[in-house]
Design a protein around this ligand. Structure first.
Ligand code: HBI
Ligand code: FE
Length: 284
C-alpha cells in the first residue's frame, strides 16, 4: 500500500498534487485490527488529557474502533462543519504540495497504517496519526482557519527562506501543542494525541518544561523529531490561534535574521514557566 521504495528515489506521483485513492476496500482485516487496537487504547486514555475541542471533534466524526475510517465520509462531516476535506496521499509529500493542500482546506492523510509490530514507532505519518490525531481538531473553526493560514504562510515562507522558522510554529502548535483548560493543561496537538506514551508524558510527567506560548520564542526553538519533546508550549486558549492565523509574519522574519536560536530543552529568563521540567527523562 505504501508507495516508493524503502531506500531509494521516491516514485514520481501520478497526480501533480500527489493525491491517490484511499483504497479503502484493500485494507486487510489485520490492518483494521491495528486501527482498532490504537483507537481503543487512545480513546480510553484521552478523556482528561485532551482538550474538550478534541474530544468533541472525535465524537462528531464518523470514526469508530471497528474499521479504518473512510475519507469520503470524514470529508462529508468536515465539509459541513468547517469546509475541510481529507485527501489520501502515499506518505510525506513535498513542502509546497503540502502547503497548497492546506491553503485550500484539504488535509493530506497517509492512506497506509503501521504494522502490528510497530504500534509506537512511526517513520512517516500514517492514517492513525493523520486521521485520529489531526482530523478531530479540524472540526474546530479556529484550528480550521489556523491550518489554512499555515498553508498560505508556508508558501510565502519558502520564498522568504524562512520555512524552518515557520515549521517550528506548526510543530509546537498543530503537532505538539498544549492548551490551558479549567486550571489544568490539556493536549490539542496531533503528535501527542496520536501517541499513547507521549499523551501522559506531555501532560503528567514532571520531566518536560511547560512554557507559555510566545511566537518569536517558538520560532527560534529547535525541536526533537526522534523522541518526546523536552519543552511544550501552552496556549491560554485555542482562540489564541485565531490571532496567530492573521499575524503578518514579515516583521518576525526580519527579526529572525539575527539573534539566537534555542535548543529544545532550553529555558529562558523571559519565559512564562508553567512547569519547570526536571529533565529526568532525557537525562537517562
Ligand atoms: N506531508 N503528508 C505530509 N504530512 C505532513 O505533515 C507533511 C508533509 N510534507 C511536509 C511537511 N509535513 C512539513 O515538514 C511542513 O510542515 C514544513
Ligand atoms: Fe502530523
Amino acid at each position: 500500500m505504501k508507495h516508493g521504495l524503502a531506500a531509494g528515489p521516491v516514485q514520481p506521483p501520478e497526480r501533480a498534487d500527489w493525491t491517490v485513492e484511499q483504497g479503502w476496500k484493500e485494507y486487510t482485516p489485520a490492518q483494521h485490527a491495528v486501527w482498532k487496537t490504537l483507537y481503543e487504547r487512545q480513546t480510553r486514555l484521552l478523556p482528561g488529557l485532551a482538550c474538550d475541542a478534541f474530544i468533541e471533534g472525535m465524537r462528531r466524526l464518523p470514526m469508530a474502533a471497528d474499521r479504518i475510517p473512510d475519507f469520503e465520509a470524514l470529508s462529508e462531516t468536515l465539509m459541513k462543519a468547517t469546509g475541510w476535506q481529507v485527501v489520501a496521499v502515499p506518505g510525506l509529500v513535498p513542502d509546497d504540495v503540502f502547503f497548497e493542500h492546506l491553503a485550500n482546506r484539504r488535509f493530506p492523510a497517509g492512506n497506509f497504517i503501521r504494522g502490528a509490530h510497530e504500534l509506537d514507532y512511526l517513520e512517516e505519518p500514517d492514517v492513525f496519526h493523520d486521521v485520529f490525531g489531526h482530523v478531530p481538531m479540524l472540526m474546530h473553526p479556529v484550528m480550521a482557519d489556523f491550518i489554512q493560514a499555515y498553508g498560505q504562510g508556508g508558501l510565502r515562507a519558502q520564498k522568504r527562506g524562512k520555512l524552518a522558522e515557520l515549521a517550528r510554529v506548526y510543530w509546537y502548535t498543530v503537532e505538539f501543542g498544549l492548551v490551558r483548560q479549567g486550571g489544568g493543561t490539556r493536549i490539542y496537538g496531533a503528535g501527542i494525541a496520536s501517541s499513547f506514551s507521549e499523551s501522559t508524558f506531555a501532560v503528567q510527567s514532571a520531566s518536560p518544561n511547560r512554557i507559555g506560548f510566545e511566537l518569536e520564542r517558538v520560532m527560534r526553538t529547535h525541536y526533537r523529531i526522534d523522541d518526546f519533546q523536552e519543552s511544550y508550549f501552552v496556549l491560554d486558549s485555542l482562540d489564541d490561534l485565531l490571532e496567530l492565523a492573521h499575524i503578518d509574519f514579515e516583521p518576525y522574519y526580519t527579526a529572525l535574521d539575527s539573534g539566537p536560536t534555542f535548543t529544545p530543552g532550553q529555558v529562558l529568563a523571559q519565559d512564562q514557566v508553567l512547569h519547570a521540567g526536571t529533565g529526568e527523562y532525557h537525562a537517562n
